[in-house]
Structures are given as C-alpha cells and as structure tokens.
Design a protein around this ligand. Structure first.
Ligand code: GRF
Length: 203
C-alpha cells in the first residue's frame, strides 16, 4: 500500500510509520511526504530516508483549492492509496476530500469526541480528566470529527505531569498508528484492493 504522510511539525509519527515499514511490521511504502511548513523538521527526517517531499507555502496560492489541486497531482503521480495525516495542522478542503473520499486518516491525542483541535493533551490535563488517550479516525470536513477507526485509553496517574502524560500518549501514538494502517491494509487486501470505511474494534 502506498502512503502519503501529511505533516507540519516534528514528524515523530512519520518516523514511527517509517520504522514500522523498515522492521516489516507494516507492509507499505511512504511514497511521498506533504508538508505545508517548509521549515518543519519532518522534512529532514524524510530526506534522510530518500522519501520525496512536496513542501509548499499555502500563502503563495490563491486559495485552498489551488494548493489541493497541486497536492492531488503529486498523489496521483505517486499512485497513493492512503493519505495519513500526522500532525498536519490544516483542515482538509472539499477538493481533496472529494478526490480521496474514505482514503484519508488522522491521529489525534485524545479520546475523541473529547478535546478536538489544538493542544488536546493540554486541554485534557487542564480539565482534570482521569482517562484520556489516542484516536485514529477517518477525515471529514470537520475538525477531528470523522468516523473512529481505533482508540486506546491512557490513565492519568496521580504522579503524572503534563510532560509525562505527553510522553505516554506519544508512545501509544507511535504504536497504534502503524498497527492501524496495517489493519486497514489487511482489510484492503481482503477486499481485492479497494479501501472501504471500516471501524477497528481493538488494537
Ligand atoms: C501528534 O500528537 C498527533 O496526534 C497530532 O499532531 C501530533 C504530531 O506530532 N495530530 P509529530 O509531528 O508526529 O511528532
């Protein structure tokens, strides 16, 4: 399965997916990295693995549809099967959603629908919840709102700090994202190469 990873930041989830491929835990190939911040460190991580990067500045385009048309041509050139959002800090627009309907997934550091949007771990910490976690979901036009594929809970311990909770959540993200992509890959193979909206019940 050919993946395009969309990221805007440090790229630790990108790296976890690349490591899972390298270690044969995930039968896939990252064909392309798409990045809307040309200074983001995910770019050097991709370059170190010789993975092509399309880095662009949204402001240099007239509107979202214009840069999404460029992105779609890169995705088609690379025959991408699945778009994997990994810290891509931008809502996907209707142009890309229509072209890759049911083939875009995202990871979010909370148990959605709780704490959507930015700084989900900080929001959970401030609210005092005792359980939070990680969600992998299909992407729709909303903010962190599409159908849920997989979730894993993290208990907030008495001894936790925001930093230790962040580390615990990141470590789950780095395992659950490659596992869920492999689960989708297995589904796709059993469906004769078609990707279909499915809900994973356990990791
Ligand atoms: C992750 O916490 C992910 O859940 C959220 O953005 C963060 C990206 O981190 N959507 P990284 O760039 O993969 O380290």
């Amino acid at each position: 399965m050919k993946l395009a990873v969309f990221a805007s930041g440090s790229g630790s989830n990108f790296q976890a997916i690349a490591d899972a491929i390298q270690e044969n835990r995930l039968e896939a190939e990252i064909s392309l990295v798409i990045c809307d911040k040309p200074e983001a460190s995910v770019i050097s991580k991709a370059e170190a693995l010789n993975i092509p990067v399309f880095a662009f500045r949204p402001k240099s385009y007239e509107n979202k549809a214009a840069f999404e048309i460029d992105i779609i041509s890169k995705l088609e050139e690379n025959k991408v099967d699945l778009i994997v959002l990994a810290g891509y800090m931008r809502l996907i627009g209707s142009t890309l959603l229509e072209a890759y309907h049911d083939r875009i997934i995202n990871i979010h550091p909370s148990l959605l629908p709780a704490f959507p949007g930015k700084d989900a771990i900080g929001q959970a910490w401030e609210s005092g919840v005792k359980v939070t976690g990680v969600t992998v979901h299909y992407v729709d036009e909303g903010m962190d709102s599409g159908p849920i594929i997989a979730q894993e809970a993290v208990y907030v311990k008495e001894t936790d700090s925001l930093s230790s909770l962040t580390k615990a959540i990141q470590s789950i993200e780095h395992r659950i994202y490659p596992d869920t992509i492999q689960w989708l890959n297995n589904k796709r193979i059993s469906q004769g190469g078609k990707t279909k909206n499915e809900h994973k019940t356990s990791v």
